[in-house]
Design a binder for this molecule. Sequence first.
Ligand code: DAH
Length: 339
Amino acid sequence: MLDKIRALLDEISVVSATTREEVEELRIRYISKKGVINQLFSEFKEVHPDLKKEVGKALNDLKNAAQDKINALKEAFEAGADGQAGLDLTRPGDSVHLGTRHPLAIVRNRIIDIFGRLGFTVSEGPEIEDDWHVFSALNFAPEHPARDMQDTFFIEKNPDVLLRTHTSSVQIRVMEHTQPPIRAIFPGRVFRNEAISARSHCIFHQVEGLYVDENVSFADLKQTLLYFAKELFGENTKIRLRPSYFPFTEPSAEMDVSCSICGGKGCNLCKYTGWLEILGCGMIDPNVLEACNIDSHKYTGFAFGMGIERITMLLYGIKDIRLYFENDVRFLRQFESAI
Ligand code: DAH
């Protein structure tokens, strides 16, 4: 009898349960009316009178130990404790929230990917710049209005320390250090002293592109941009180049894509023109090549620059540029399934 009691005591000290049902099974097995301990109590009358005292005490200890153990296991479940006993493997799991990329990052990555397939590498330049890289080397005349305080953020009243107003500055930094062939794009953040509204912001993002080599022509520019537009907006997209002016390109153009909503028929988005403007481009002005010590008689090149906010607005039908910067999860969660 004493051996049986000791064996049961050992057993009870190590038992565990992973569900409430298992605790209940243990309760029935050990301490219910028909449980093994009660069984021993009913055999107690057969114990030799000399041993009754010792066996009786051991039996009572066993009963208390079993009761304590069952109570402890029950408590663990009720408190929802994390211990082994509280682990309910049948409980449905918590749903996992997918992280989201910011829509501007999604579109920037797509642009990088498309030009990557054409052999364009990626470089970045500093956001805090000097006059030379943002204006002078890009052929801006000394009195050009873009240098005006109204457009440009200058730092500490020093006109030679400023926040770049466009990523064209990275063209200069790359051409200063690399001889052609150069084929690269430059994504980055730019700053302009503009009032914040639904359509404009003082901080935004651009991707600049540059291709310099022997015999690069306007036809190369056009084909590159046509491929890009089809990849980004869809196979049926058409492009149109309108003559324009930028100090650093000659000739210069602005590129429109056929409206992605109405396909060119005319709708609200394209203001019934059938076209959406997405970038500026042109053949690099020889003055710019010479400013970077690139022989403009030997080499020609094209450049282009686009705003990521605007393209993202067109792709996703976003109507207010401020949404990009507010970090409202209700806005950001809508991009959960995008890559
Ligand atoms: N830097 C121009 C802007 O911010 C965009 C641009 C236009 C870039 C024409 C170019 C270009 O490289 O050729 O508006």
